[in-house]
Design a protein around this ligand. Structure first.
Ligand code: SAM
Length: 420
């Protein structure tokens, strides 16, 4: 089937060039390829007027769930990355500010005493995960362990998550990774000599910043809506305990751009936190995400634009085509499953990027529309927006050869489909 694209246009009012993307709880934690809240908000307002339930099948840090909740719409999010789920949970959980302040004041008193205690190092047993000494100095390991043990004592789960999210960014900032990169690269030997992060101070600053975000969120969300976040692989059929068929009014999501190995390495970005917090599968996560497992046999999708793209890449690079094919195979199944849970007349808003592989552009926006069409949807519109402020690599390696770069993903395509 070839779907008729109704409208495909660029509109600079969707760029949100000057917008503050760190309002509400969106300030809590950075993450690769985050959706900007203004895009989620505008989509919800345009296509989710009377919506009661929003679903984000690749929810990451829960940007669209937060925007749904402040508009009195419940949210369901799924993601395979434990760090993403921790952040999404914290960002969508209202905490009574007087309760939080009690914990923050206790913490302040505790850390004040700690800072002036000269012998804090002696009895601390630091964790023993793979490569910990490569990524953290001994002093940082001790301080992070002290913080972690203190957070674990917090009995209120929501407050504990709030503290762990600040802890996660503290892990990253006080590690020996280059903070400007998603992937794990160690800082230079030169920088290492003077590297002495003030772990406690970094943590306290994050707590305060996030407290301000929480206050904004509480002020914006004067309703009882809530979000639930599940660990689920959307390539598999969605169980009715998570979402029954025909139950969702609107999907607002940004799926991965391709397999994590050659595009955005969510697993690598999250590995240190996932290891510190003892989340399982910390080192293997990128293989679990869409397209992570290479398929050997290449079959036709019976979608001309997709089959043609796969054929072109196969002609240029018969090895690399397997990554691309494996991703679209998972993507195809994922959309099939997502389609089932959307109500008739409900909307799917997919924010996608058309990356290049081996110099060939992958028209993921049109492919997305075609897959939805196969599942009983019609195309409403595709809006092209420029990406002025998204945290993601603006260059990738189209040949997957180190050093060979090509500009990619300066634009996003917001594909809007409606179930018939
Ligand atoms: C572009 S990010 C989403 C970012 C999110 N919109 C935000 O603002 O934080 C894509 C997410 O898809 C998740 N993901 C990849 N494959 C998945 C799968 N098969 N099932 C569920 N989630 C998956 C990744 O872990 C990642 O968090």
């Amino acid at each position: 089937m070839i779907t008729a694209l109704q409208k495909k246009y660029s509109d600079s009012s969707w760029n949100f060039k000057e917008a503050n993307t760190k309002t509400l709880t969106h300030c809590y934690h950075s993450y690769p390829a985050m959706m900007i809240p203004q895009v989620a908000a505008r989509l919800i307002e345009k296509f989710g007027k009377n919506a009661k339930l929003l679903f984000d099948p690749y929810c990451g840090t829960g940007t669209s769930l937060v925007e749904a909740n402040v508009r009195n719409i419940n949210g369901i999010g799924t993601d395979l990355n434990p760090l993403a789920r921790l952040i999404a949970k914290a960002k969508t959980t209202p905490i009574d500010i007087s309760v939080l302040d009690k914990y923050l004041n206790d913490f302040d008193d505790w850390i004040f005493t700690l800072k002036f205690n000269a012998n804090i190092n002696n009895s601390i047993i630091t964790p023993d995960f793979y490569n910990i000494d490569y990524w953290f100095t001994k002093e940082v390991q001790i301080k992070l362990t002290i913080l972690k043990q203190r957070i674990e004592k917090i009995e209120d789960e929501s407050v504990k998550n709030f503290f762990f999210v600040a802890f996660s960014e503290t892990i990253r900032e006080s590690s020996l990774t280059r903070n400007s990169e998603f992937k794990l690269y160690r800082i230079s030997e030169q920088r290492l000599k003077n590297f002495n992060p003030d772990v406690f101070n970094i943590f306290e600053k994050k707590l305060l910043r996030n407290r301000n975000g929480l206050i904004e969120f509480l002020n914006a969300k004067k309703n009882n809506s809530f979000s639930k976040i599940y660990s689920f692989n959307t390539v598999e059929e969605i169980p009715s305990e998570i979402l029954p068929e025909n139950s969702v009014d609107i999907v607002v999501t940004s799926p991965p751009y391709g397999d994590s190995r050659t595009t955005v390495a969510y697993g690598q970005f999250s590995r240190l936190t996932n290891q510190w917090l003892g989340f399982s599968n910390a080192s293997n996560l990128d293989k679990e995400l869409m397209g992570g497992k290479r398929t050997l046999k290449i079959n036709k999708f019976e979608i001309p634009i997709l089959d043609e793209t796969i054929k072109k890449i196969n002609e240029k690079d018969p090895l690399r085509v397997r990554d691309v094919y494996s991703f679209y195979k998972d993507y195809f199944n994922s959309i099939k499953n997502i389609s089932k849970v959307i109500k008739n007349k409900g909307f799917a808003c997919f924010v996608v990027g058309n990356r290049k592989v081996r110099g060939i552009t992958l028209p993921t926006d049109e492919i997305t529309a075609e897959i939805f069409a196969l599942n009983g949807f019609r195309h409403i519109e595709t809006i092209i927006r420029k990406i002025p402020n998204k945290k993601m690599p603006s260059k990738n390696s189209p040949t997957n050869v180190k050093g060979e770069k090509d500009s990619t993903m300066n634009y996003e395509y917001i594909v809007v489909m409606q179930k018939l």
